[in-house]
Ligand binder design. Structure first.
Ligand code: F6P
Length: 540
């Protein structure tokens, strides 16, 4: 186990449940849980304003939560008692806070300016700006047709091949920033191992105009390498071997594997072990996005992330947006017993944002062991789910309004339409506001049939912003990144490792030769054995 200044500090910290602020919150909860949200508003006419906060382009209205000013003070005390200010400093200065992997956590350096001096002494950090300018040169080369396909046709169709953080970020952001796509450029993605995505794309795409961006930190991930090999076979089949170096580029840290694949050394974009997969959009993993939206807009995304970083570092705990969101997360998770949280964006372009946050939050916080190797004594990561706007309303809002479970909600609401008729966005706004109001106020009247009653009193945050621009998206992503970090610090877990995905990968590797009929099943799981037999029979 790696020992460092940060972890020493953390290991000496008590379990969060033993902290005085936690105990105080417990007592306070007994009072707050009986208070209706509507009652909190009726006692305080300035409540909506007093429980709103701005950072960058984002305004967080958290007034529709089961909180009052005492709660807010206790949240700040809990953050301080749990060592959040020291942890923030440790992250930005490059201390190896990813303890189980012995790594710094410096995705913030990727969006910093050199003058911010974010951990400049950490190996690799000084290369950040060089990689960015290499990316810029490449992106511009493609856009102005100096870099083209093997038959000299312009490269217009960018296919990101990756999975997890090497897929979700570029996919989510390219959909969110559709109005920023450069003329003639198109984004596609391939991630799942079953091969159907590529099969569908090869029907539609012209290989001469297609550029594959293979994104993989390790360049060994089964899904990505399987898809990359299939894509290479398609390019070879349609244009011959020599075309490979013109139609494949890569973002990776593994040069040997890129050599073996045949990636042109000029078209490799590196990053460093201190960039976690789910934080990698800001690195060369963002290349496919940059190829579609242009480097100017990619840099605007980075600038947005930096705005939130500065707010996170500078704002006091009780006015710090990520800290507040994290405190609310802990409040509903550990005190109110909520097991899930819904993310509901009212802009269809953010339709993959809930999936993006699923990886960010559930891979980071799905831990039951603390930094010191001991079991946690409270619940950690919640299940994160969601869907965009009215699609969600017509799907699962029934459960939010009349179900038996408490589901805290984050509404994300842009004021201006991102490239469609504003009158339609106005309808989306009306629906979003209506839903948060109805969730809180509910509906009941004398003589009403019980099945029509909406009990209300359901909490929500509304994150309001003027328009979904690259800067705003950068701020939103960084906001949730820091929220997840703060929750992890409070729980005492390592938010930056992901050991829980390893076992399944190992078992799948062993099973793949069995499924292919090349080996016998040597495991001891009777259900797997039975399923394998059925698969074999049905194939005959
Ligand atoms: O699923 C686990 C994981 O390691 C993620 O954290 C990561 O985003 C993904 O796999 C992809 O990894 P790589 O970029 O190395 O292909």
């Amino acid at each position: 186990m790696v020992v460092n200044r940060y972890t020493n500090r953390q290991l000496s910290a008590r379990y969060p449940t033993d902290l005085r602020a936690w105990q105080a919150l417990k007592t306070h909860y007994a009072d707050m849980r009986t208070r209706e949200l509507a009652h909190l508003f009726s006692r305080d006419t300035a409540r909506a304003d007093r429980f709103s906060l701005s950072a960058g382009n984002l305004t967080l209205d958290y007034s529709k939560n089961h909180v009052n000013s005492t709660t807010r003070k206790l949240f700040a005390r809990l953050a301080k008692d749990a060592g959040v200010p020291a942890a923030i400093e440790a992250m930005f200065t490059g201390e190896p806070i990813n303890q189980t992997e012995g790594r710094s956590v410096l995705h913030t350096a990727l969006r910093s300016k050199i003058s911010d001096q974010v951990a400049l002494e950490t190996p690799g950090v000084r290369e950040v700006w060089e990689v960015l300018s290499n990316m810029e040169e490449f992106v511009e080369g493609v856009h102005n047709d100096q870099i083209h396909g093997s038959t000299s046709r312009r490269l217009t169709d960018i296919v990101n091949i990756g999975i997890g953080g090497s897929d979700l970020g570029p996919v989510m952001a390219s959909r969110a920033l559709r109005p920023y796509w450069k003329e003639g450029m198109r984004f596609h993605s391939v991630s799942n191992v079953d091969g159907t995505q590529l099969a569908d794309l090869t029907v539609e795409l012209d290989p001469e105009r297609t550029l594959f961006v293979v994104c993989s930190k390790t360049f060994t991930t089964l899904e990505t390498m399987t898809n990359a090999r299939a894509a290479r076979a398609w390019i070879i089949e349609t244009m011959g071997h020599s075309a490979v170096e013109h139609h494949f580029v890569a973002a990776s840290t593994n040069h040997d594997a890129m050599n073996a694949f045949g990636i042109n050394p000029k078209y490799r974009f590196g990053f460093w072990d201190w960039v976690g997969g789910r934080y990698s959009l800001w690195s060369a993993v963002g290349l496919s996005l940059a190829l579609v939206i242009g480097m100017d807009n990619f840099r605007r995304l980075l600038a947005g992330g930096r705005v939130m970083d500065q707010h996170f570092q500078q704002a006091p705990m009780d006015e710090n947006m990520p800290v507040l969101l994290a405190s609310l997360g802990v409040w509903y998770n550990n005190f109110f017993g909520a097991g899930t949280q819904a993310i509901l964006p009212y802009d269809n372009r953010l339709d993959r944002f809930p999936a993006y946050l699923q990886q960010l939050q559930m891979e980071s916080s799905g831990k039951s062991v603390r930094m010191d190797g001991k079991p946690v004594k409270c619940k950690t990561g919640m299940v994160i789910w969601g869907e965009a706007g009215n699609n969600a309303q017509h799907s699962f809002y029934q459960l939010l309004h009349q179900g038996t479970r408490l589901v805290p909600v984050d509404f994300l609401l842009p004021i201006k339409s991102s490239g469609a008729d504003q009158s339609q966005q106005d309808l989306a706004i009306a629906n979003c506001l209506a839903q948060s109001e109805a969730l809180m106020d509910g509906f009941d009247e004398k003589g009403l049939e019980t099945y029509r009653v909406h009990p209300g009193n359901n909490p929500s945050n509304t994150i309001l912003f003027e328009e979904l621009t690259p800067e705003t998206l950068g701020q939103l992503i960084a906001l949730y990144e820091h929220k997840v970090f703060v929750e992890g610090v409070i729980w005492g877990i390592d938010s930056f490792d992901q050991w829980g995905v390893e076992l399944g990968k190992k078992v799948a590797t062993a099973l793949s030769s069995v499924v292919a009929g090349e080996a016998r099943y040597s495991g001891s799981n009777a259900s797997t054995e039975n399923l394998l037999q059925q698969i074999r029979k049905k194939r005959l």
